[in-house]
Design a protein around this ligand. Structure first.
Ligand code: FAE
Length: 531
């Protein structure tokens, strides 16, 4: 048995931080994976941004927390001495339960680059729905393990479209600053950007943007910029400068493992069970919930099924994970009182990718930092914010590569397909057309000014647009619709949503700072009023 606080104690003792701490003092979170039959005060599903914020703040308020994570711990090196594999050499650690890689950029010079790999609980999931492949991080740290670390606060004037029911003053005065501090966000030293060969591709991106009259911006990141300078100097092991990114960074990136989760664990109140997947959350007696959890091995086989009880359950399985759970549990009668908004309002953050072919006198460099640091902001005029992205192949490609975030208006819905026994998403590939049109407001103009053309060899044989994927799934349990204005699920006291599924489909920029800030806002309210 772990983390034992009685439900009454949880509620009465937690009226103040001190009260909760005093009450919970004798019971400490036991090490090791969750035991069958355990009772936990707060169970958090998933260890990404929302889950990490919830765990830290609950623990600081004196509540014992157990986090359930379907991916691996990512704390043990392989036989090559590295925890994560390189983007250029994907191995068994790269993909979540696939026998062949599914690289977002799946062609090079018109040739497919995917390769066979052993089936393993790797770090990057390329989850396929009918019209879109949704990339997600798997493991302790969620998306922070695989993402580019771009840590962007939306412009104040755009916030009304991001989270219409949330007080913007509070977010910009309190919760965005809190999130940025907690995540360790910083911006590249502009003088170093101007001189290092590793950001030649960024400087080419800047030159082309500015010559066409577009605002060029530096974009903050959670990568340790001092570490990156030392990588260039050769005094530390290279990570970003050795092409590490998509399948994890072995050094330099401040993932959640190094920030929120490290602080959460240091409280002594937070336990994590990796390779454990929540499959059901059902009402139990006394206002508790019965949580069913499958323990899996590294080939994905279920080794044990456990049931535990929890006073409170925080859904932080990410936009797709949380939506899939809630839609299935509602449709199959386990949580029938969830409202009709569950599963709705899902968007792709308008993601679309493309490359441009530069002239031979305009190389982007064979040395490229895998961490992006700059972008082109044409949101107000054209509905697109384009990240100048690396193409760290190790050779000169003469390509400028971009991931655009666009104001795509389309929203999809998750629904339960009883015959197939799975949750489906009705997104259609054609729904990316508005994103392409918005991205073209930037790149058509740059191509015309520079006398250049689009690359056609990165996403297929003569295919310009990477319109088959998203890195930024958002929505499915939208704030103030599927939940109240703080993430409490309607119909079930003690059930909360606290991840990207709360955000209705678009953040105008890269999303994790907003997910973190919203989680900070919501958990503060929940601790103050519900505990
Ligand atoms: P997330 O971080 O996805 O965490 C959910 C966790 O729950 C995962 O660890 C799952 O394994 C786990 N889980 C799911 N289902 C279950 C279950 N049933 N039982 C137990 N565990 C479960 O959610 N965003 C930026 O802002 N800047 C970037 O530069 C950026 N680059 C990206 C690059 C890539 C390749 C990708 C894939 C994403 C990128 N993102 C970026 C998106 C960002 O990582 C994402 O929005 C957040 O990670 C979402 O945070 P959540 O807390 O919602």
């Amino acid at each position: 048995m772990s983390d034992i606080i009685s439900r009454r104690g949880f509620i009465t003792g937690a009226g103040t931080v001190l009260g909760a701490a005093a009450f919970a003092a004798p019971a400490r979170a036991a090490a090791g994976p969750i035991a069958p039959g355990a009772h936990v005060s707060a169970l958090v599903i998933g260890t990404g941004y929302g889950g990490a914020v919830a765990a830290l703040r609950l623990a600081q308020a004196g509540v014992d927390v157990h986090m359930i994570e379907m991916g691996m711990a990512w704390d043990t090196p392989g036989s090559d001495g590295k925890i994560f594999c390189n983007t250029r050499e994907p191995d068994y650690r790269s993909y979540w339960l696939r026998t062949r890689t599914k690289a977002p950029l799946n062609y090079f010079l018109g040739f497919p680059i995917d390769r066979d790999i052993p089936r393993h609980t790797g770090v990057l999931d390329a989850e396929e729905f009918g019209g879109i492949t949704v990339y997600q991080g798997r493991g302790v740290g969620g998306g922070s393990l695989v993402n580019g670390g771009m840590a962007v606060t939306p412009k104040r004037e755009n916030f009304g479209s991001v989270l219409p029911s949330v007080n913007a003053d509070e977010m910009y005065n309190v919760y965005y600053p809190r999130a940025n501090a907690g995540l360790g966000v910083a911006t590249i030293d502009p003088a170093w950007f101007d001189t290092t060969p590793y950001y030649q591709y960024g400087r080419v991106g800047r030159k082309h943007a500015q010559r066409s009259g577009f605002p060029f911006v530096f974009v903050p990141d959670v990568y340790d910029w001092d570490y990156m300078k030392q990588e260039e100097a050769g005094t530390v092991t290279k990570s970003a400068l050795a092409g590490e990114i998509l399948y994890g960074n072995n050094h330099g990136k401040k993932t959640l493992q190094k920030t929120y989760l490290a602080r959460a664990k240091a409280t002594g109140r937070v336990t994590i069970s990796p390779l454990h997947k929540v499959t059901s959350v059902a009402p139990a007696s006394g206002g508790r919930y019965t949580v069913t959890i499958e323990q899996i091995d590294t080939t994905g086989n279920v080794t044990t099924t456990k049931t535990v009880t929890a006073d409170r359950v925080f859904f932080a399985a990410g936009s797709v994970g949380t939506s899939k759970l809630l839609v299935r549990l509602k449709a199959t009668g386990v949580l029938p009182s969830l409202n009709g908004e569950v599963g709705k309002g899902w968007g792709d953050n308008g993601n679309v990718m493309c490359g441009r072919a530069n002239h031979l006198w305009d190389p982007t460099g064979s040395l490229q930092s895998a961490i992006p640091c700059c972008g082109i902001d044409n949101w107000a005029a054209g509905g697109a914010f384009a990240e100048v992205a690396p193409l760290p192949t190790g050779i000169e490609t003469f390509a400028s590569f971009y991931l655009s975030i666009t104001r795509n208006p389309n929203r999809a819905q998750f629904s339960w397909n009883a015959a197939a026994g799975k949750v489906e998403l009705n997104w259609q590939t054609a729904w990316k057309q508005p994103s392409i049109a918005m991205a073209k407001t930037i790149f058509d103009k740059i191509n015309s000014k520079e006398g250049t053309i689009y690359r056609t060899d990165l996403f297929g044989v003569y295919k310009i647009w990477g319109d088959h994927l998203t890195y930024h799934p958002l929505g499915g349990a939208v704030l103030n619709k599927a939940t109240d204005n703080y993430g409490r699920l309607h119909g079930y006291p003690g059930l909360y949503v606290i991840d990207g599924s709360l955000i209705p489909g678009n953040t105008t920029v890269n999303p994790f700072v907003t997910i973190t800030a919203l989680a900070e806002r919501n958990i503060e309210q929940i601790i103050a009023t519900d505990l």
